[in-house]
Structure formats: C-alpha cells, structure tokens
Design a protein around this ligand. Structure first.
Ligand code: HEC
Ligand code: HEC
Length: 166
C-alpha cells in the first residue's frame, strides 16, 4: 500500500513538472504572450466603389459565392421589411439596375421547389457574399477546388472535357 502511494505521488509530480515545461515552451500563433489580450485590429475600408463601375472579382472555385466587387455602405440594409441587395439583384429589378441577377440556385427553396423570387433562405446575402478589403490573408491556404466555368460556357467546357478524356 505504502509503495503504491509513493508511486502515484511520483507519477503526479512527473505530470506537474512536464506540464510546467510545456507551458514554458508554449508559443502563441498570434506572436503575443499567451495570456495577453488581442489588440483591436485597425479598421480597413472596403475597396469597391459605386456599383456599375467595378469589374467582378474572379472566382477561385466553382461553388464559391462571388465576392462583392462594389462598395456596400449606404445600401446594405437587410431586415424583415427590406433587402437593398435585392432592390438591384432581385428578379424584378436586375435588368433596370443593370446588375447581375442573383444565382439560379437562389430561386429554389429547401424543398427543391422553384420560386419566382429569391428564396427566403437566401435573404441574408452577406452571410455568403462579402465585400473586399485590401489586406494580406491571415492564414495561407493552398486549397484548389473545381475551377469556375461561366454559365454560358458550361456546355462548351463539358464538351471539351469529354474530348480530352477520349
Ligand atoms: C445600386 C445597385 C446595387 C446594390 C444595392 C447592390 N449591388 Fe451588387 N452589384 C451591382 C452591379 C451593377 C454589379 C456588377 C459589378 C459592378 O458593376 O459593380 C454588382 C455585383 C455584385 C456581385 C458580383 C457578382 C459576380 O458575378 O461576381 C455580388 C456578389 C453582389 N453584387 C452582391 C451584392 C450584395 C450582397 C448587396 C447588398 C449588400 C449588393 N450587391 C447590393 C449592383 C448593386
Ligand atoms: C447560402 C449562401 C448564399 C446566400 C445566402 C446568397 N448567395 Fe448569392 N451565391 C451563392 C453561391 C454559392 C453563388 C454561386 C453559384 C450560384 O450561382 O448559385 C451565388 C451567386 C450569386 C450571384 C451571381 C449570379 C451569377 O449568375 O453569376 C449574385 C449576383 C448573387 N449570388 C447575389 C446574392 C444576393 C443579392 C443575395 C441575397 C438576396 C444572395 N446572393 C444570397 C451563395 C449565396
């Protein structure tokens, strides 16, 4: 019994000294002391200007929600009564506003039914589409997805792929 107690004390002591050593060696990825609070990041303004004057930003993979190339200040109100994004991008107005229509997938509800207007499930546009700032990426990524093929070229691209395989 006595030796068993001694042994468990020794194991406990070993654990403590090990964790103390680990704590000494810990290096935070933020480059700050582990316990130090995060400094507030400097606010950056969006790079986009008035809609209608921007070039769309190239998509990096086929299912990527395109990023917002234009400014969103003053017309990003999205609530129960209004959605200013849809004022330009919705099926009813996009032609008049010379804006790209919301994606085809936005007109299908979660039960797979086709709708005339964008599905309520897509109401919060900025949940997926984000405006741009000029900032270095916080973490590197070498992710490579299926390349994006513009809708009109899809058939051509599929044909090209088929020919390549043969
Ligand atoms: C005043 C009209 C207007 C409003 C309001 C507006 N947009 Fe746009 N949007 C445009 C136009 C025009 C373009 C085409 C690129 C350009 O000219 O800036 C565009 C481009 C985009 C694109 C790029 C599409 C692609 O294929 O790359 C996305 C995404 C987008 N808008 C999302 C939004 C979201 C989300 C909101 C609300 C926060 C919004 N827009 C509000 C007019 C508008
Ligand atoms: C759940 C995520 C999600 C939400 C919410 C969402 N989108 Fe999209 N959007 C996407 C994806 C993914 C694509 C690209 C594939 C596609 O066209 O469906 C896209 C495509 C688009 C495009 C380009 C269409 C094209 O034909 O190239 C526009 C414009 C757009 N969305 C606007 C909007 C607006 C405005 C809203 C809010 C009413 C909205 N989206 C809500 C994910 C989303």
């Amino acid at each position: 019994m006595k030796t068993q107690l001694k042994l468990s004390m020794a194991v406990l002591a070993a654990c403590f000294s090990f964790s103390a050593a680990a704590a000494d060696a810990a290096k935070s990825m933020r480059g700050l002391d582990v316990a130090a609070p995060d400094p507030v990041a400097a606010e950056k303004s969006y790079v986009g200007k008035r809609p209608g004057t921007q070039q769309p930003v190239a998509r990096t993979f086929s299912t990527q929600p395109p990023v917002i190339p234009h400014a969103v200040e003053n017309f990003d109100e999205i609530n129960l009564e209004t959605n200013q994004c849809l004022d330009c991008h919705g099926a009813a107005n996009y032609q008049k506003k010379k804006a790209p229509k919301v994606g085809d997938s936005h007109f299908v509800n979660r039960d797979g039914q086709k709708l005339d207007e964008a599905s309520a499930g897509r109401h919060n546009c900025v949940q997926c589409h984000v405006p741009q700032v000029d900032a270095p990426p916080l973490v590197d990524s070498d992710f490579k997805g299926e390349p994006y093929v513009k809708k009109t070229d899809a058939a051509t691209a599929a044909a090209a792929k088929k020919t390549k395989k043969n």
